[in-house]
Design a protein around this ligand. Structure first.
Ligand code: 7PM
Length: 315
């Protein structure tokens, strides 16, 4: 079976997605996640966690300095940059892991890229800060374009969709078109349907089951199901730390249905879930999974199946 390998360009390089699934490890650099014992943020502890995730197989580290939690105290651009910049600088100095910065603020993104980040992960899909698209263009950074309606404070008021998948696709098309008009090529973008952002629990399940429909836009697909409340809703499990197996199931489903990148807390576990799901995906006939126009014959499909341990799909 032939699955499109998609070129992604970012500051300092390019890579192809569409073969082996890639794990993005979440690094929250906030005082509540890595304190020095008091109320202060300890960058050394955050770095140690990043090293652990790299050791466990993370190929991208997503560094965020502001909680997206509804009701979380707002953080100034200055404070947010003070948290993420030293960590990004140290991490990119010692490792060639790809670093993304999880921010909706153009000023933070700019400093993060100057410190070594290759990718800007903007949960507002370039809508929160009018300068963000300029920063993507001028820095040459890659960009994760996530779908959300409203803000983290208001998003759960906007879960009414006539056609969930179609409306998210329309949002992606529109934003990609605006970006192109501003001089940012499509190959700089990764698309993310925004699991948990302005979606009901049921809608999140639909997104994971139908990830493949976003592939028609010709860009790599990222999903972030990690420990989220829709898993808690299915399992009646209020404690996010006890949603790891649930996250593994969600990760496997997303990869089976064509997701290229998974953004997770539990890197070692989700890497295994993703690799096994991809091995299954690669062994299934294409008609079962992909509407990408690749209708291989039986022989062609068999000829291009990669053994599970290669984890990859031949072009
Ligand atoms: C509170 C609410 C705390 C939500 C943390 C979160 C995504 C993301 C986040 C995602 C991309 C979390 C989220 N989620 N970026 N940032 N995709 N691209 O659970 O799904 O990590 S924050």
């Amino acid at each position: 079976m032939r699955v499109e390998k998609l070129l992604f360009r970012f500051r300092g390089g390019e890579r192809r997605f569409g073969g082996r699934p890639v794990v993005m490890g979440i690094l929250n650099v906030t005082p509540d996640s890595f304190s020095d014992g008091g109320d202060h943020f300890a960058p050394e502890r955050a770095l140690a966690h990043a090293r652990d995730m790299i050791g466990a197989g993370a190929e991208i580290i997503d560094v965020g300095g502001e909680s997206s939690r509804p009701g979380a105290a707002p953080v100034s651009a200055r404070e947010e940059a003070q948290r993420v910049v030293p960590v990004i600088r140290a991490l990119t100095a010692e490792s060639n892991v790809l670093v993304s910065v999880d921010t909706v603020k153009a000023a933070v993104a700019e400093q993060a890229v100057a410190a070594g980040a290759a990718i800007i992960n903007d949960i507002s899909g370039l809508h929160a800060d009018p300068r963000m698209l300029d920063v993507v263009r001028d820095t040459g950074a890659g960009c994760v374009l996530m779908h959300m309606r409203g803000t983290p404070q208001t998003m759960q008021q906007y879960t009414g969709y006539d056609d969930l998948i179609e409306e998210i696709c329309r949002y992606f098309r529109k934003t990609l078109r605006a970006a192109e008009a501003a001089g940012v090529e499509r190959d700089r973008f990764i698309l993310d349907p925004g699991i948990g952002f302005s979606k009901t629990a049921e809608q999140n399940l639909v997104l994971l089951a139908r990830c493949d429909e976003f592939r028609s836009l010709g860009r790599p697909i990222l999903v972030g199901p990690s420990r989220k409340s829709f898993i808690g809703a299915v399992l009646s499990e209020p404690d996010p730390r006890r949603r790891i197996f649930g996250t593994a199931a969600a990760t496997a489903c997303a990869v089976l249905h064509g997701a290229d990148i998974v953004r997770v807390h539990d890197v070692a576990e989700m890497r295994h879930a993703a690799l096994v799901a991809a091995a299954i995906r690669n062994w299934l006939p294409p008609s079962h999974l992909y509407a990408d126009g690749a209708h291989a014959t039986t022989e062609a499909a068999a000829g291009s199946v990669s053994p599970p341990d290669s984890g990859g799909r031949k072009a």
